[in-house]
Design a protein around this ligand. Structure first.
Ligand code: FES
Length: 56
């Protein structure tokens, strides 16, 4: 599933970034060489990051 339409970032990409230490959408996107744009995806991305960090 695509999380961030602006950057074509998938749920798996966000999960991987969170496992590698990204604690917010901005750092997760930066790990992929992208920057947040419209911000529409933030709440979903935050939720995924929280789940992944909670499971760690
Ligand atoms: S959908 Fe992620 S910045 Fe626009």
């Amino acid at each position: 599933m695509i999380v961030c339409v602006c950057n074509a970032i998938r749920e798996g990409d966000v999960r991987a970034a969170a496992r590698n230490g990204a604690s917010c959408p901005t750092s997760a996107y930066r790990a992929r060489g992208c920057k947040p744009r419209c911000g529409q995806c933030f709440s979903f991305a935050r939720e995924i990051i929280a789940q992944e960090r909670g499971a760690a």
